[in-house]
Design a protein around this ligand. Structure first.
Ligand SMILES: [Ca+2]
Ligand SMILES: [Ca+2]
Ligand SMILES: [Ca+2]
Ligand SMILES: [Ca+2]
Length: 218
């Protein structure tokens, strides 16, 4: 009998095949012991590096960042890495396994967005302020950092605010917000309040947007 069990144990991995992929679980957000976010670590991947902030502070201990494609399919999830008061991101984004008919992950030309889960909050926060930030440029790098995401010190900012351009959280767009905006102008900015259209850059389109909203409350 024992020999039979050993034989079975030998054959099962062979029957599943060398390309079989094991789905992995993201954080159990509602605490019911059941996976809320499943992703499949396929053979194609690229890693995002960065430093994560939430509402101007480091992320909570135990926080996760998750990545989604436009079909709201989870394409990667990882706990953040706390180090010397900061929280670092090293998140592989997996591509679709082209040897299967199922769509497991990212495809060329697809955009992605990020969400953060913090254990003491009930809701996930999506990247972007009032408008979801969708990021282009995913490609298979065989797990190496994705171009544009190679610097672990690049700030990735999540905000619970839903008021685009309102940097100081006052609920209105006024001079202080404009000054903060001008300080960020021309730079790449992942999820920050100054990126009013959520394309990952602070540019003229955002300035026009801010000026059209100037003086209004939100
Ligand atoms: Ca659950
Ligand atoms: Ca596939
Ligand atoms: Ca303000
Ligand atoms: Ca922008």
């Amino acid at each position: 009998m024992k020999m039979l069990v050993n034989l079975w144990a030998c054959f099962v991995p062979w029957m599943l095949g060398p390309l079989s992929l094991t789905a992995q679980c993201g954080p159990d957000v509602d605490g019911d012991g059941v996976c809320d976010f499943v992703f499949v670590p396929g053979p194609a991947s690229a890693t995002l590096l960065g430093t994560v902030w939430v509402d101007g502070a480091s992320a909570e201990e135990g926080a996760w960042v998750l990545a989604f494609d436009p079909n709201d399919q989870c394409v990667g999830a990882t706990p953040l890495i706390p180090f010397e008061g900061l929280t670092y991101l090293s998140l592989p984004l997996y591509g679709d396994d082209l040897t299967t008919s199922m769509d497991e992950g990212m495809n060329a030309g697809e955009l992605f967005t990020l969400k953060i889960y913090q254990p003491n909050q009930n809701a996930l926060i999506t990247l972007g302020v009032g408008v979801t930030t969708w990021i282009a440029g995913w490609m298979n790098t065989n797990g190496a950092p994705l171009p544009g995401w190679t610097d672990p010190n690049m700030v990735v900012e999540f905000s619970s605010s839903t008021c685009p351009g309102d940097s100081d959280g006052s609920g209105a767009l006024e001079v202080t917000d404009l000054l903060t905006f001008l300080g960020a102008f021309g730079g790449a900015c992942v999820g920050c309040v100054a990126d009013l259209d959520g394309d990952g850059m602070v540019q003229v389109a955002d300035l026009l947007n801010l000026l059209s909203l100037f003086g209004s409350s939100c």
